[in-house]
Write a protein that binds this ligand. Structure first.
Ligand code: HEC
Ligand code: HEC
Ligand code: HEC
Ligand code: HEC
Ligand code: HEC
Ligand code: HEC
Length: 410
């Protein structure tokens, strides 16, 4: 009934500190952390490779069984579930292979782990390069060299000044610039770029060839409590602008690709009709929503601004600001994808391979009688985790794809 479905964006239509755990202390503080956190003596790293060095602190240790702090990976030895719920997603999903077949059919369907995210290479932690995508689709960044430091500058040199300019030199970095509680840059100092993301001119020193970024990091602000279940309230990162351009540092021509042509960035400013669809849409069949409470982190949008005072007033995780888009909003890569990994193919925010994301009022699972084409090899609890622990009642009993938040079709 769910149908195994691929959203081909039909071409013609174009469619579209040493040992410190990241749960507690400040380490990078927006810039270069203590050398010993990552190096025995520079440039020797504390682990076999760059990503493994990061995961010394960023994979949750064995005693942490709840989403917390800056953990971006669950140790699969301690939990069959991917437990971390930060906006970028838990890298553990890339270790989760699913397969299923339909009653009376010999055909097997797959949702392989490597489809669920960016396959960072971290030898000490069992993460290895993608075997199908050898380069970034739409570009030529080599998958074999994909690591945390492909995207984040390990030395945190990129900074934002009071004028909004991004640079690698100049006034010192006084703190992280990622949060609604971060200080503002001033004549006294700068703040780190959003999530220490690298900008123009960057490529890891050890990476041969020419892959230097051409776009600076996005303007965005996260709430200080960002790694948490969304069972009661949304975790709202205020995405301002520049995310799609930043992703295209590696996925340069993704939007020239005939199979993936959804407009993003400045080309995708929402029309009046789409703004009112987003704001009105609650769930499949329920279109009684209003602007003031329309937001869901399952379908985020960029607000079309780099005004940090405004972004800080919007980022929250207590449900205080749930406003939907206005005409200045745009679609971005993270409208549909997560940045690290997700429970679904193409690291999408919801299952884009199934017609329904709920079935008969339940998350479809191999353990609750849902049809195999809906459960797609997952347990109901895994599906719930992939939806950041939302109770299934937040959706319609037969909830359709969240493209409908903007393109109401039924
Ligand atoms: C958050 C982790 C982290 C911290 C903190 C850190 N480094 Fe590094 N450093 C790395 C990684 C990862 C590489 C490998 C970069 C590559 O492969 O291109 C590296 C590479 C280097 C290199 C060689 C290549 C280059 O980029 O210049 C030097 C020298 C170096 N670090 C010095 C330092 C010093 C000095 C400090 C303290 C002031 C420091 N690092 C702090 C992670 C870190
Ligand atoms: C010694 C422990 C340690 C190591 C090693 C480490 N981190 Fe962190 N990281 C932390 C802690 C603690 C936090 C949260 C507090 C902070 O931001 O300083 C954090 C936060 C972060 C953040 C969010 C920062 C912000 O301002 O938004 C990023 C991004 C990050 N780490 C990336 C990395 C990368 C990439 C590496 C490897 C090159 C790495 N970390 C290595 C401890 C570590
Ligand atoms: C392909 C680029 C990319 C790679 C590879 C990557 N990150 Fe990130 N990371 C991002 C982006 C973009 C965000 C912001 C996500 C958001 O706000 O939606 C982020 C967010 C984060 C955060 C904040 C928590 C969160 O999920 O929002 C931490 C901590 C972090 N990254 C650490 C890491 C570590 C450690 C690695 C390697 C194990 C890594 N990242 C690999 C792009 C990347
Ligand atoms: C530093 C280069 C780099 C950046 C920046 C980058 N990617 Fe990627 N991306 C890759 C590579 C390499 C692959 C192929 C290997 C893989 O999937 O692990 C990939 C694969 C993907 C895939 C396919 C996953 C799958 O298996 O089907 C998606 C979706 C994706 N990226 C989205 C994004 C988004 C969204 C951003 C911005 C937040 C982004 N990428 C930023 C390098 C990058
Ligand atoms: C409107 C939703 C949406 C937006 C916006 C979007 N994507 Fe996708 N993307 C998808 C879906 C759905 C798929 C899976 C396609 C399929 O099933 O054929 C996908 C697939 C991909 C893939 C995998 C392609 C492959 O060859 O396996 C990459 C890489 C990717 N997207 C990157 C991006 C980047 C980078 C951006 C921003 C420039 C972006 N996407 C914007 C929905 C979106
Ligand atoms: C945040 C809102 C939003 C979401 C979510 C969204 N779209 Fe769109 N979509 C747009 C906008 C804006 C356009 C630009 C054209 C317009 O205004 O109608 C567009 C255009 C399209 C087009 C026509 C392409 C063209 O160039 O005219 C297709 C097809 C499409 N979207 C499919 C999808 C699919 C499939 C999904 C889910 C995977 C999706 N969209 C999710 C906002 C969205």
């Amino acid at each position: 009934m769910c149908g195994s479905r691929r959203y081909l964006f039909v071409a013609a239509l174009i469619i579209l500190s040493a040992g410190a755990s990241s749960g507690e202390t400040v380490f990078h503080n927006g810039g270069t952390g203590s050398c010993q956190g990552c190096h025995t003596t520079p440039p020797e790293l504390r682990a076999s490779d760059s990503s493994s060095t990061c995961l010394l602190c960023h994979q949750a240790p064995l005693n942490v069984l709840v989403p917390s702090g800056a953990y971006v990976a669950t140790d699969t030895r301690i939990s069959p579930m991917c437990l971390q719920l930060a906006p970028g997603g838990d890298f553990c999903w890339v270790k989760k292979d699913y397969r299923w077949s339909l009653t009376g059919s010999a055909q097997t369907f797959y949702s392989r782990g490597e489809r669920h995210g960016h396959n960072i290479v971290a030898q000490d932690f069992g993460f290895s390069a993608d075997t199908r995508l050898l380069h970034a689709p739409g570009g030529n960044y080599p998958s074999i060299s994909l690591s945390c430091i492909s995207c984040h500058d390990p030395h945190g040199n990129y900074r934002r000044s009071a004028s909004g300019a991004i640079s690698t030199e100049g006034l010192p970095i006084i703190a992280s610039g990622s949060y609604s509680t971060s200080p503002d840059p001033s004549p006294k100092g700068t703040v780190g770029t959003y999530r220490m993301l690298a900008g123009r001119g960057y490529q890891p020193k050890s990476l041969g060839g020419i892959y230097a970024f051409t776009a600076d990091p996005p303007a965005a602000v996260a709430p200080p409590l960002y790694n948490r279940a969304e069972s009661v309230s949304e975790t709202r990162v205020a995405y301002g602008s520049g995310m799609s351009e930043w992703c295209q540092n590696c996925h340069v021509n993704i939007n020239d690709n005939a199979t993936h042509l959804h407009p993003v960035g400045v080309r995708s400013q929402l029309s009046n009709a789409i703004v009112s669809n987003y704001n009105g849409y609650v769930t499949t069949g329920k279109l009684t929503g209003v602007y003031a409470s329309a937001y869901t982190s399952l379908v985020p949008f960029e607000m079309g601004t780099s005004d940090y005072a405004f972004l800080k007033s919007v980022a929250n995780s207590d449900g205080s600001v749930l406003t939907g888009p206005t005409r200045s909003a745009t679609v971005m890569c993270l409208t549909c994808h997560r940045a690290h990994a997700s429970g679904w193919d193409s690291m999408a925010r919801w299952n884009t391979q199934s017609v329904f994301i709920t079935f008969n009022g339940l998350y479809p699972g191999i353990d609750n009688g849902a049809p195999a084409e809906c459960a797609q090899g997952r347990s109901a609890l895994e599906a719930q985790k992939a939806f950041y622990d939302r109770p299934v009642t937040m959706f319609a009993p037969f909830q359709r794809a969240l493209c409908n938040k903007c393109h109401v079709a039924d």
